[in-house]
Design a protein around this ligand. Structure first.
Ligand SMILES: Nc1ncnc2c1ncn2[C@@H]1O[C@H](COP(=O)(O)OP(=O)(O)O)[C@@H](O)[C@H]1O
Ligand SMILES: [Mg+2]
Length: 396
């Protein structure tokens, strides 16, 4: 694996590396598969590496699952996929001490839904001494946009001007809006469910006044009427030239995976946009465009949220949001780096060769190997039987 040591300061225990692995698509066909018992009797008493998503064979997980299975087999790890047919039983067995999971990758938990089966599963793994890729409590806090916003703001990370509107109270809020957001038709605002993802429930309101905001909110809340919402000011960003001479939005998605930063130029798949969403931001581009603070932002965010696997969307803002992290625009003027989407924990692991909006195949194969490696380390440092169960286990 090719890596370079990064020089920006870190609040993390170990130095963070910038991944500089291959860019070319992965062509090798994936033939390995994860064990995915459909009948609960087939569940083994322990697994070194587990993964959860609702169905066994899902297009968007096929390549990742196969690489994970291959990387696990190469390390002699036992694996299992938890899905809709076995998730409840697996959780029961974990709680009863009849199942142990060494290292678990959640892919479907809705952290804010009290009885969500995949959130309960991850919590049970964690409570019974297994390692979850992210501690459930951390995911719950930082994937909630309203809560993460407060944390980031307090710690000097650039964020769009935003206001949290508690569930159901938009009608009152528009009568006494925050002093900072104007509702006089002069601004474009976004409404976002605090626990939304994949653009679901997000409404962009141009020339936003009270009536337009309320109408848009009626629409937005169809997604999740019980959730809190944030109302956020539109941020705009300039374009910068890549080393290939192509101008792109100064908007990046940075992955953080177990101590590595993997930054990409990123553009949403929208009508009229035909290219791939991700293109690697190279070390040479970081140097020439003086984007080291972008990496520092993502690295410090990793330190703040304490998560091992997440992505963040960060842009170079044309606005004047306060931010500890600044970089020059095309005119040389320093601008704030601002996160648009703070922390995504269930990062897309579909592959670009199948879906242009997904990350490059090489990245997905790489992270699958890193997860298997982490599961092996976990297995070697804390073999089954030696797990220390915390005394504050939550009830199943
Ligand atoms: N304040 C904003 N200014 C400009 N664009 C935004 C803003 N908020 C969201 N967007 C656009 O909408 C997309 C979806 O919003 P995001 O916060 O990423 O939600 P999700 O969690 O659903 O991905 C972003 O990727 C970005 O393109
Ligand atoms: Mg997003």
């Amino acid at each position: 694996m090719a890596t370079t040591q990064k020089t920006v300061g870190s609040g993390l225990a170990a130095p963070v590396r910038l991944w500089s692995g291959p860019e070319e698509p992965e062509t090798e066909s994936a033939r390995h598969s994860l064990s995915a018992p459909r009948r609960c009797e087939e569940l083994a008493p322990h697994y070194d590496l587990t993964l959860s998503h609702p169905a066994v064979d899902m297009d968007s997980f096929r390549a990742f699952d196969a690489w994970l299975a291959k990387a696990a087999a190469a390390r002699g790890l036992t694996c299992c996929l938890f899905h809709d047919d076995n998730v409840e039983e697996a959780t029961r067995r974990l709680r009863a001490g009849r199942l142990q999971c060494g290292f678990h990758l959640d892919y479907y938990a809705l952290w804010h839904v009290p009885d969500d089966p995949y959130a309960r599963l991850a919590q049970a793994v964690h409570d019974r001494g297994g390692r979850t890729i992210n501690v459930p409590e951390r995911s719950r806090e930082f994937t909630n946009k309203a809560q993460a916003h407060v944390q980031l703001l307090e710690h000097g990370f650039g964020v769009p001007l935003s206001v949290r509107v508690p569930s159901g109270s938009m009608a009152e809020w528009v009568q006494t809006p925050s002093l900072s957001l104007r509702l006089d038709g002069s601004e474009t605002l976004f409404i976002k469910p605090a626990n939304g993802f994949g653009s679901r429930g997000i409404v962009c309101v141009e020339h936003c006044d009270r009536e337009r905001l309320l109408a848009a909110w009626e629409n937005a809340r169809q997604f999740d009427a019980g959730d809190d919402y944030i109302v956020q000011r539109l941020v705009t960003w300039p374009r910068l030239s890549g080393d290939d001479g192509i101008e792109r939005n100064a908007y990046w998605r940075v992955f953080y995976c177990l101590g590595e930063l993997i930054p990409f130029w990123w553009a949403k798949q929208e009508t009229g946009f035909a290219g791939p969403s991700y293109r690697r931001l190279t070390g040479a581009e970081i140097k020439r465009l003086r984007l080291q603070p972008l990496l520092a932002y993502a690295e410090d965010l990793a330190g703040l949220c304490g998560m091992n696997w997440f992505s963040t969307e960060i842009c170079l803002s044309d606005g004047d949001e306060p931010s500890r992290y600044q970089a020059p625009g095309p005119d040389g003027r320093m601008r704030p780096l601002v996160a648009i989407d703070y922390v995504n924990d269930q990062c897309d692991v579909d592959v670009q060769s199948r879906c242009p909006g997904s990350p490059p195949d090489a990245l997905i194969r790489h992270v699958a190997e890193r997860f298997a490696e982490a599961a092996l380390v976990r297995k070697n440092t804390l073999p089954f039987g030696a797990a220390v169960f915390p005394s504050h286990n939550r009830a199943a």
